[in-house]
Design a protein around this ligand. Structure first.
Ligand code: HEM
Length: 170
């Protein structure tokens, strides 16, 4: 009886949504409607060198971006990430710093040392962007060699902050 009631509630949820919004999920498209997140897959572990291969320059390979260690398949966004795309510089690597500094040449690194609290929140924002995307999905992690404390923190750059990166669209 309870199950029957629950069954009807589920049917009503989807049918009601379709009748009202012409979408089965009340217009929601994100992590929970992304079929890739339900497929069982083995966590992949990449070295930085291995990850470079997935930068969109080989059309037979998927395109991966990494942010703060997590690697996402962004092949459905090839227009952005393959060669000539506005965000190609993010493909095949972990450029977490550049996401929040806008230094798309100088800060292609996972090194987050010296960033402000707001910038670190920005990194979290972009991590959530990939995590919750309607078609991108997490495939694993990239292993970074530890950053030696004696390595200087990347200098702020003058270029590109707040600028749309140059690509095939501009
Ligand atoms: C720090 C600066 C910026 C970063 C890190 C950044 C990064 C990104 C990323 C990762 C995407 C998602 C691409 C995807 O769908 O996978 C995106 C989308 C986009 N960006 Fe930027 N971007 C920056 C600045 C800008 C600026 C200044 C403009 C405009 C002048 C711009 C215009 C766009 C547009 C139009 C989209 C597509 C939005 C959509 O699909 O709804 N971006 N950006």
């Amino acid at each position: 009886m309870v199950l029957t009631g629950l069954g009807w509630a589920i049917v009503l949820f989807f049918v009601g949504s379709y009748l009202i919004t012409e979408s089965w999920t009340w217009g929601y498209r994100g992590k929970w409607t992304n079929i890739n997140n339900y497929l069982p897959r083995k966590e992949l572990v990449f070295s930085e060198e291995q990850l470079y291969r997935y930068d969109g320059s080989n059309p037979n390979l998927p395109i991966y971006v990494a942010i703060d260690g997590d690697v996402y398949d962004v092949t459905t966004g090839a227009g952005w990430y393959s060669v000539g795309g506005s965000y190609h510089h993010f493909a095949g690597k972990d450029a977490a710093r550049a996401y929040v500094t806008g230094c798309f040449k100088e800060h292609i690194t996972h090194d987050l040392r010296g960033l402000t609290t707001d910038q670190l929140k920005g990194v979290e924002h972009w991590k959530k962007f990939y995590q919750n995307h309607r078609s991108y999905f997490r495939v694993g992690r990239v292993l970074h060699p530890p950053i030696d404390d004696s390595t200087p923190i990347p200098e702020p750059c003058e270029s590109a902050v707040g600028q749309k990166p140059k690509g095939k669209d501009n």
